[in-house]
Ligand binder design. Structure first.
Ligand SMILES: [Zn+2]
Length: 352
């Protein structure tokens, strides 16, 4: 099957579906992930033994602040756990999860298909590569065309010899400063987008200017920015004028760290992680500026401490709590539904 046959449809791990089958959609999650690529030694040497501890309620307070300094916390490899946790989203009315786990951080097509079948959720798998720290040694030798061919194959035929296809390109990892091999991935993704029409999801480096740098580069290579999602907006863009400038490119802006409510941010200690209250403020300003058709939402769960069984908010957080919080802050229900249902369906659907 070629992507041409997918016109007007969304490709999930169980096959192509019409866009109205998606329902409430989280555009950036990790049902399973090996996120140990971001592991960082504990800041305080007395905490060193905690790095190898299993996450439990005796260390959870520490894990919440030091979530990248515990190997177990960064490992989601239990399908049964993923099924139980994703079912909270399904039972709250959820319909679709984009699993943004790309090559280098434990993507597993067969497991995603089993999770989809067990939960009744649509699962959309990502194509392409994460940040350079996760690349294999041979990646540096590959050409743009070679990487583009692989992405097209993953979209049109399947991943790793399976017939399970990706339905989006990304999350594509970009560091700050942006590296040549990460740029190669993005350039290859643009070629694959031109060939197939697939949407691209970007993980930008942690700098206010990173999203614009990436979008300008993509635009110069001929990307369709109206089929591009810029992820992690809230931990990246702190300047309202840069936010407006980024929105004006026409790309989708993804607020994808809902529920991550610990302001100390170990991956960028020079800045901070906004809370849900601040996320809602930023989104409200985008709605006021007329960008209500360009915002999408997610939690980017990539560690155990975000899951309910480990004391976390769980995958129903946006539906069960953020929606009502937004309503209390004056965001119309129709605007919330647009961000959770209509916008994801539009960007995930292959153009006719
Ligand atoms: Zn992610």
């Amino acid at each position: 099957m070629t992507a041409m046959n997918d016109s007007g449809k969304v490709v999930t791990v169980t096959g192509a579906v019409p866009p109205d089958a998606l329902g409430p959609t989280l555009t950036h999650e990790h049902l399973l992930i090996d996120f140990t690529v971001v592991y960082k030694e504990p800041d305080n040497p007395v905490d060193a033994p905690l790095a190898r501890a299993k996450v439990d309620f005796n260390n959870l307070g520490w894990v919440r602040f030091n979530w990248v300094s515990n190997y177990d916390n960064l490992t989601l490899d239990d399908e049964a756990l993923a099924i139980r946790e994703a079912s909270f989203f399904k039972n709250a009315g959820g319909g679709t999860i984009v699993d943004a786990t790309t090559i280098g951080i434990g993507r597993n097509p067969e497991a995603l298909k089993r999770i989809s079948n067990a939960t009744g959720l649509n699962v959309i798998m990502g194509a392409g590569f994460y940040v350079e720290a996760s690349h294999s040694d041979e990646y540096a030798k590959r050409s743009v065309d070679d990487v583009a061919r692989q992405i097209v194959t993953e979209l049109t035929e399947g991943v790793d010899g399976t017939a399970i296809r990706c339905g989006i390109i990304g999350e594509l990892g970009c560091s700050w400063p942006w590296t040549d091999d990460e740029k190669k991935t993005v350039e290859a993704a643009v070629l694959a987008q031109q060939e197939t029409g697939a949407a691209i999801l970007i993980h930008p480096g942690r700098n206010n200017r990173a999203p614009l740098e990436i979008l300008e580069f993509m635009s110069s290579k001929g990307a369709d920015l109206s089929r591009t999602i810029m992820g992690h907006i809230e931990r990246t863009i702190f300047d309202p004028s840069v936010l407006s400038e980024t929105a004006a490119t026409g790309a989708y802006l993804e607020y994808d760290l809902f529920g991550h409510d610990s302001p100390y941010y170990p991956l960028a200690p020079e800045t901070y992680m906004p809370g849900d209250h601040q996320r809602i403020d930023q989104i409200a300003s985008l709605l006021d500026q007329g960008y209500g058709d360009r915002v999408v939402l997610a939690h980017d769960v990539c560690s155990k401490h975000r899951l309910r069984e480990f004391g976390g908010h769980g995958w129903d957080h946006i539906i069960s709590r953020v929606g009502p919080w937004m309503a209390a802050r004056g965001v119309e229900t129709s605007a919330f539904d647009r961000m959770l249902i209509d916008n994801p369906a539009r960007v995930l659907t292959y153009p006719s």
